[in-house]
Design a protein around this ligand. Sequence first.
Ligand SMILES: [Zn+2]
Length: 372
Amino acid sequence: MPKAEAGTAKHFANQQKAKGLTRLRFYCQVCEKPCRDENGYKCHIESESHMRRLQAITGSKGELAGKVIDGFSQQFQDAFVSLLSRRYGTRRIKANTVYNEYIQERHHLHMNATRWLSLTEFCKHLGREGIVKVEEDEQIPGTWFLSWVDNSPGALARQDALMKLERAKLDDESRQRRFLEEQIRKAHEAAEGNSQGTSAAGAGAGPQESMLMRDENAKPIKIGFGTKLKPPSPPDDKERDNAAPAVAANGDASSSSNPLSASALVLPSADAPSAPGSGLGFKLGMGLRAASKSTAPAAGFNALKAASSKHSAAAPLPTSFGASASAGATSTKAPQRASIVDQIIMDEMEKKRRKEERERERDRGQPKRMRL
Ligand SMILES: [Zn+2]
């Protein structure tokens, strides 16, 4: 029965009916004909139709056979590498896995039509050409691993960009480290300068420390979260106005870089005018601390360090208080934010107070108060 012409309905019907894979060894690439067994294959290559077709593509004396095989080899390599790159990218994969996937297609170009007699030879050829990186398994000799080498312009450009990015990141890091080192150096210098200044001025005669010293006869500082709430923003502005000139007037040699010097001056000025109700000054500090966290996050670094070295014995105030007051005094957006933060803190304090009250009542065994 003659073979159906390509493109005819009969041809498509035959293709659809053909299921499963055939033996790779008994496939005639020239005629694209799979044979069932060795005998069938032998009969086919001796058949007239095969001879005719072979003559047609290799020439009457077979002088073009080499060219034909080269063509098939190139096709096979292209298809194989394209599958490898498309399916696995640059990952390391067993050559046999790729080959098994390649031969899943019924009408693939068979290897026995190429110049390579085995997959190993083909792998070695690919390695020699630099198309893939080839490695042999150390445990199981004869097992080859391939990883595709992506030489496309896009991949090279991407690699270039990645390298640039990495370099930029390193630059950024080193710049940041240098900045931190500079900050630390400045802080050390400032601390040394301050200690020298205080020792030269005499025992406790330094302007900053004397201002922080409390009088023995003064009323005790009341620190509590009571109902005595301070009025909102106007006092803040006033005190900040007081603080700013104080910094400018009394600033010593290190005041330009060290926020601590500002804190040392601001604290008393916030404390002194309101000696009777000194709880007010404390609340102001709380508000400013919250504001400073959002506006000047870097201020804590220097100020904390310097504050611990300077105010260790001067006043029993928390060090962060000094830092926050200084940042609040120097930041420009402080007034509005401070008032909002104050409001929030007041609300929270009120809530906390109510909760404590409730708990106290429960402890006493009193009946629960109805919530309004
Ligand atoms: Zn044939």
